[in-house]
Design a protein around this ligand. Structure first.
Ligand code: SF4
Length: 340
């Protein structure tokens, strides 16, 4: 059993099972999730006997830095982490005016098959445990000696395909005895697993929901995102509207712009029609090319013109600011280079 994979309630029952007093659970949880201490012997308010029991009973789910790339143009850093079973995942540190943020992976690889994404090329190896989601944040916070203010679950993997571990991750990282990051500062990006959007609303997970939309008609979206055939656009938008009602959070629709494919005035009309009753926001992202997909990003002029058309049609829109341009391999590309 991995001690850093346990919620506060699970630590209480596990610690009682090995005969330690219940109050130790809070202490241990704080050491691991607030002080980010991995070494039991440095947990100074525990007795030598209790440390011995803990060492004997629980493993620590370790990840380690395999490679780190640092941008020369801003503070962005890309990390490749090695997991206990030698799998490799990637995470990104981003510095904004409003604070420091990390983008983490939720699975090793991905099964969803989106055609523009390098993360899915080798399929899904496995889901990441909650402890492996947490450790990406903790390792970066410690490595950079900073305080992480927000987390985006938008790296490799489909987070809602790893729902239980995502839920556990959120409960631990928002705990007041942990990093105590507000739910408002956590964003989860999905290609649109409709039933899990309803579950997240019922479970009151309260994160910001981002949808990889990328096309405003069923026909075009099917070409980019195979999962769209199982989760039709109409059902997806209904689920997102429900999420907004339940959580009070405006949904963000991510829209990768592909030259000549989804950047025309017809696409503006389709987007307007699709989102006409939704309290939402559209985030435009110029395509980051991968060799296996032949599309390219539109020109800056075309991106600007698409943006203006959306705004003119009263759709709340932004263009994603590109950070770490010099190390900004498309999501999953860096990992792929190291697992081949
Ligand atoms: S975009 Fe996200 S859901 Fe789609 S294949 Fe890539 S990692 Fe998976």
């Amino acid at each position: 059993m991995y001690i850093n994979d346990l919620t506060p309630q699970e630590i209480v029952s596990s610690i009682e099972q090995i005969g330690l007093p219940k109050y130790r659970a809070d202490q241990v949880f704080r050491w691991i999730h607030k002080s980010l201490e991995r070494d039991y012997s440095k947990m100074t308010n525990l007795s030598a006997k209790d440390i011995h029991y803990l060492k004997d009973s629980f493993q620590y789910d370790m990840i380690s830095i395999y490679k780190k790339l640092e941008s020369n143009v801003d503070d962005t850093k890309k990390y490749l982490f090695e997991l206990g079973d030698r799998n490799i995942i990637e995470s990104v540190f981003l510095r904004y005016d409003f604070g420091d943020s990390v983008c983490i992976s939720s699975q090793a690889g991905c099964n969803m098959g989106c055609v523009f994404c390098a993360s899915t090329l080798g399929g899904k190896e496995r889901n990441l445990r909650a402890s492996e989601l947490l450790e990406q944040v903790y390792m970066i916070q410690k490595d950079l000696n900073t305080r992480i203010d927000s987390v985006v679950v938008m790296g490799s993997g489909e987070p809602l395909d790893n729902y239980n571990n995502l839920k556990k991750f959120i409960s631990i990282i928002t705990d007041e005895n942990g990093l105590n990051i507000s739910k408002r500062k956590i964003t989860v990006s999905t290609c649109g697993i409709v039933d899990k959007i309803y579950t997240a609303a019922e479970d009151n997970l309260g994160f910001n929901l981002a949808i990889s939309l990328h096309a405003a008609t069923q026909e075009k979206r099917n070409k980019l995102i195979p999962a769209s055939k199982k989760y039709p656009l109409k059902d997806l938008i209904e689920a997102c509207d429900h999420y907004t009602q339940k959580s009070g959070r405006r949904v963000t629709y991510e829209y990768i712009l592909i030259d000549g494919f989804n950047d025309t005035e017809d696409d503006v009309k389709s987007l307007k029609e699709l989102l006409k009753n939704s309290n939402c926001h559209v985030n435009l992202i110029p395509l980051n090319p991968i060799s296996e997909f032949e599309g390219k990003a539109p020109s800056d002029l075309q991106i600007r013109s698409f943006y203006k058309s959306l705004v003119k049609n009263k759709i709340n829109t932004t263009i994603r600011r590109e950070l770490g341009r010099d190390i900004n391999a498309a999501c999953g590309q860096l990992r792929n280079n190291y697992i081949k």
